[in-house]
Design a protein around this ligand. Structure first.
Ligand SMILES: [Zn+2]
Length: 179
């Protein structure tokens, strides 16, 4: 339930790319019931500072939580961490659903609307009929004419991403139900 491209994409919103592997290892440790930063550090060899930093990132994303206890002898605080599976599933599901909806809406638009792009550089401008007519079908950046946009490539790319995402989310759900 951690090794899934959708989970990677979700986690990449929370941490830098260099920390992706570490955060996954830490989530797995929490799932396995390792409860403290020190124990996670010892078991995984990830630097203690990094473990702490990433635990708090998970906490901010509400997929990990901690309890603070005071040691009656030393008066030190200890933190016991717990993985919040329900929240995790909810967050991943939300991330997946929002992305899917956005892609499906975009695909729908590309199939039903005519778009225009700058004939010199599509990066300059891309807009539907109404937006393009505001510029009288001339590029607002370079003044060259706009031409109808050939959406074929973008549509097939979107379709492929949607299909792959659906397949991966199904795998995610299967993994969750197994646990
Ligand atoms: Zn242009």
């Amino acid at each position: 339930m951690i090794n899934n491209p959708i989970v990677n994409d979700f986690l990449e919103q929370i941490v830098d790319a260099d920390d992706l592997k570490n955060i996954k290892t830490i989530i797995q440790a929490l799932i396995d019931g390792v409860e403290t930063d020190e124990a996670i550090h010892e078991q995984t060899d990830i630097k203690l500072n990094t473990v702490r930093k990433l635990l708090y990132k998970l906490h901010d994303a509400s997929i990990a939580n901690y309890k603070r206890n005071k040691d009656p002898e030393t008066q030190w605080f200890t933190y016991t961490w717990r993985f919040e599976k329900e929240e995790y599933v909810e967050e991943i599901t939300k991330f997946y659903t929002e992305r899917l909806n956005k892609r499906e809406a975009l695909l729908d638009d590309l199939e039903n609307k005519l778009y225009f792009v700058c004939c010199m550089d599509p990066e300059h401008f891309k807009g539907d009929y109404a937006e393009s007519s505001e510029y009288e079908f001339y590029c607002p950046v370079c003044d060259y004419e706009l031409e109808p946009y050939d959406a074929k490539k973008e549509k097939s790319l979107l379709k492929r991403r949607i299909t792959i995402d659906k397949k991966n989310f199904k795998k995610f759900e299967e993994a969750i139900n197994k646990n």
